[in-house]
Ligand binder design. Structure first.
Ligand code: PEP
Ligand code: MG
Length: 545
């Protein structure tokens, strides 16, 4: 048995198998004299064609909405006649194939960047083409997710949303990253896919490819160099855990019967999984991703209707478009914002493009009319009472009677009482609320401690919202990643929230955690967490969930 590494467990479950690291981009070799320019031009063209063929194959295999359109557009870029001509010209001027590809793509990159808008947002796709084509020239494996031909534990510095298109939960047993945090894309992706995951695990990238590791996504432990007995023990423990969780069904409640609705966070009907009381966060961005034009009302209504039909008689809370910042959308042309996270994102987009919100609300209303689901609608990034009132009026205008506001900005939490004077419910988005409360970019793994939803300052804001909800007799739920943490869930309930919404695969663990605590336990844990000086001190962190 080798060493044991420790990080933050962000997606429960155990898995064991050989570790493989994300393949890094290849280094571009130093320029060397070219003796046979024709052969070199051929080598470059063959590499670009191979990249295009691979991207086309991945686009065909990708699920709709999982970036297939981006992959297809990227394949076309790789085959672009102008690009090929530019590469050949570089070869003719004396460059080897990889150097020619690098230089030609650098020129394209510059042009895209100067053009701004949609083209500037495609620069990362050009970089990816360069890395893949250079790797193909050098006979190296393509950068990104490795393909060892058997199931493996994926080790990476962190995963970007773009990496998820190539991630097959059938082959990846677990995720381990050196960076990232509880709200990073790695954590969100792992919970959605039901994969055990450990983030912020120092030393992970030093694990050699093929070394067997055992990952515990609850405790954050990664045992390196385990033997076959440890692998078998991990599999048995995981099977037991799954059987135990499968045995628990039904609505969420504490040990003494206090009800807490357990909802799912979804991006489309495909994400519905297991026994859900409803959907607490229907992220609608997926419909708009990879699009050059906004989807029409009919297309939107059909996508919403599919979700509503799957949940007859149950609640579905649809969040209107939350574009901008870490979710840029090509058709909106976000322009050159110096600080997109503090810019025109979420509901603020309606200031510039009111017709986009109006069309979406009309499509939701149309789908809701022919469904029995209890459809509620909420806006992301609400900051003021006036914004919330405007949104609620727009909802009622199209016949959507139940309108809410997400609390993602501290200003909204501070004004929770007044907000509940104009909307019917609040839903706390702890991912963004952490980011804006701590002035810490949610994508910055090095600030994971500040982004930890157990931070007392964040919990105080949650408590203020819950108190406002109790006073107004209106529901206040949590739909950020905090709700998916089985250790934190009882604390949130103790603070007074009425529902928890999370990746559907996280529901069984949270249901089990609530069933193990009385409401008085939850309140005691909440008081302790609020009184602590930091997120690590309270006992909910150290006790098993
Ligand atoms: C949040 O910010 O907590 C949230 C649920 O929204 P998203 O993660 O989609 O920004
Ligand atoms: Mg958010």
């Amino acid at each position: 048995m080798g060493e044991s590494l420790r990080g933050i467990g962000v997606s429960p479950g155990r898995a064991a198998g050989p570790a493989y690291r994300m393949t890094p981009p290849p280094p571009v070799p130093a320029p060397t004299p070219v003796t046979d320019p024709d052969a070199e031009a051929d080598r470059a063209a063959t590499a670009l064609a191979a990249v295009a063929a691979d991207l086309t194959r991945r686009a065909a295999a990708a699920a709709p909405g999982a970036g297939a359109e981006i992959l297809r557009a990227q394949a076309m870029m790789a085959q672009d006649a102008e690009l090929t001509a530019a590469v050949v010209a570089q070869v003719r001027s004396g460059c080897s194939a990889p150097v020619a590809i690098d230089r030609a793509l650098a020129v394209h990159r510059q042009a895209f960047q100067s053009a701004g808008g949609y083209l500037a947002e495609r620069v990362a796709d050009l970089d990816d083409i360069r890395d893949r084509a250079v790797a193909a020239c050098l006979g190296l494996p393509p950068p990104g997710i490795p393909d060892p031909g058997h199931p493996f534990v994926l080790v990476a510095r962190d995963l970007a949303p773009a990496d998820t298109a190539g991630l097959d939960p059938g082959r990846v047993l677990a995720l381990v990253t050196e960076d990232g945090g509880p709200t990073s894309h790695t954590a969100i992706l792992a919970r959605a896919a039901g994969l055990p995951a450990v983030v912020r695990c120092p030393g992970a990238l030093e694990i050699a490819d093929g070394v067997p590791v055992a990952v515990d996504g609850s405790t954050g432990e990664v045992a390196v160099g385990v033997d076959r007995h440890a692998i078998a023990a991990s599999r048995i423990a995981e099977q037991r855990r799954r059987r135990r969780l499968a045995a628990g069904q039904g609505p969420g409640r504490t040990a003494d019967g206090h009800p807490v609705a357990l909802y799912g966070n979804i991006g489309s009907a495909r994400d519905l999984h297991g026994d859900l009381e409803g959907v607490g966060l229907f992220r609608t961005e997926l419909l708009y991703l990879d699009r050059v034009d906004a989807p029409g009302r009919d297309e939107q209504a059909a996508a919403y209707a599919e979700v509503f039909a799957a949940l007859p008689g149950r609640r579905v809370i649809v969040r209107t478009l939350d574009a901008g910042a870490d979710k840029p959308l090509p058709f909106l042309d976000h322009g050159d914002e110096p600080n997109p996270a503090l810019g025109i994102r979420g509901l603020r987009l309606a200031r510039r493009r009111p017709e986009v919100l109006r069309a979406q609300l009309e499509a939701i209303a149309r789908a809701a009319r022919s469904a029995t689901a209890d459809v509620w609608v909420m806006a992301p990034m609400v900051a003021t009472v006036a914004e919330a009132a405007g949104f609620a009026a727009a909802c009622r205008d199209v016949g959507l009677p139940t309108a809410g506001a997400m609390v993602e900005v501290p200003a909204a939490a501070l004004r929770a009482r007044a907000l509940l004077g104009v909307v019917d419910f609040l839903s706390i988005g702890t991912n963004d609320l952490s980011q804006y409360t701590f002035a810490a970019d949610r994508q910055c793994g090095q600030l994971a401690d500040l982004l930890d939803p157990g931070q007392p300052a964040l919990l105080e804001l949650v408590a203020a919202c819950a108190a406002a909800g109790r006073a107004a007799g209106k529901p206040v739920g949590v739909c950020g990643e905090a709700a998916a943490d089985p250790r934190l869930a009882p604390v949130l309930v103790g603070l007074g929230v009425s529902s928890l919404s999370m990746a559907p695969r996280a529901v069984p663990e949270v249901r089990e955690a609530l069933a193990a605590h009385t409401l008085a336990d939850c309140r005691r844990l909440a008081a302790e967490a609020l009184a602590a000086d930091d997120a690590d001190a309270p006992s909910f962190r150290t006790n098993s969930p």
